[in-house]
Design a protein around this ligand. Structure first.
Ligand code: IPD
Length: 267
């Protein structure tokens, strides 16, 4: 069983409060798929509204902390050593298309280090959360990365480059090398959830490049706290501000790194 700290309670309450309206908005977006105007402006409004609601709740409980969020202006708090890193909807393209695979991601960064994080999937009501040194949880259940050691048994998540992010010629070589050896590739469309799935042992590994800190800050902590190896895709440490992520259980991480290096060399 888990015992959530007062800080984690604040984070979870903020997310639950903001997600009630977000789930209603998602229902509306599903209806808008067939309208001529499409759901674009509506989704932008939902994104901004969720961001505001999260900020309001967090600022009420921790008024001195700053903010780095995908939607709003960055704010340096009175306490310049602490800030929230927020993505109000990670998986916006899914949300916009009525695909229920999206999440809210909140992390707390203290003195340059992420010490608490949560990724909440409102439609499935799954709360993934972790605090540094305290383990990772899904709702009340402690999480561990998978113990699969063979690539042939592994399911690997990824983010395939898309419009505006397609400037990564090495990616297709990596995808081809990894897909040829694993049991399956999944492209879910929410990097925060992808990392939570690594923590939960649902995915054996995940890699993507070009991500933003708000997409991954909480997910990286979740994966680490569940025992994952977390690196950049070149094996370097701390991917938070490079946005270049490889997270997997130890055996699969080593295998993926070798395959990716080889694929890039042979390009
Ligand atoms: C996106 C998701 C997606 C990833 C995209 C990100 P957003 O975040 O994390 O999985 O592949 O590159 O931009 O824009 O929906 O917050």
């Amino acid at each position: 069983m888990s015992r959530t700290s007062p800080l984690m309670n604040v984070m979870q309450l903020a997310v639950r409060k903001a997600s009630r309206r977000l789930v209603r908005d998602f229902g509306e977006v599903e209806n808008l798929q067939v309208s001529r105007k499409g759901p674009g402006d509506f989704v932008t409004a939902a994104d901004v509204r969720t961001d505001q609601k999260l900020r309001e709740s967090l600022a009420q409980s921790r008024p001195t902390f700053g903010f780095l969020t995908e939607e709003g202006e960055d704010i340096v708090g009175e306490d310049a050593t602490r800030r929230w890193i927020i993505d109000p909807i990670d998986g916006t393209t899914n949300f916009m298309h009525g695909i229920p695979m999206f999440s809210i991601s909140i992390a707390l960064e203290e003195q340059g280090e992420v010490t608490a994080g949560l990724v909440y999937a409102p439609v499935s009501d799954e709360m993934f959360w972790a605090e540094k040194g305290q383990g990772a949880y899904l709702n009340d259940r402690r999480l561990r990365v998978s113990s699969r050691r063979n690539m042939g048994d592994a399911v690997i998540g990824t983010g395939i480059p898309h419009l505006g992010r397609a400037d990564n010629p090495g990616y297709m070589a990596e995808l081809s090398a990894i897909s040829a050896e694993c049991a399956g590739i999944r492209r879910m469309g929410s990097a925060a959830l992808d990392l939570a799935y690594v923590a939960a042992g649902r995915f054996d590994g995940f890699w993507e490049t070009g991500l933003s800190p708000w997409d991954i800050a909480a997910g990286l902590l979740l994966a680490r706290e569940a025992g994952a190896m977390v690196s950049r895709t070149d094996g370097g440490s701390d991917p938070l501000y490079t946005g270049d992520v490889l997270a997997a259980n130890e055996a699969i991480h080593g295998r993926m790194l070798r395959l990716m290096r080889q694929a890039r060399r042979e390009q």
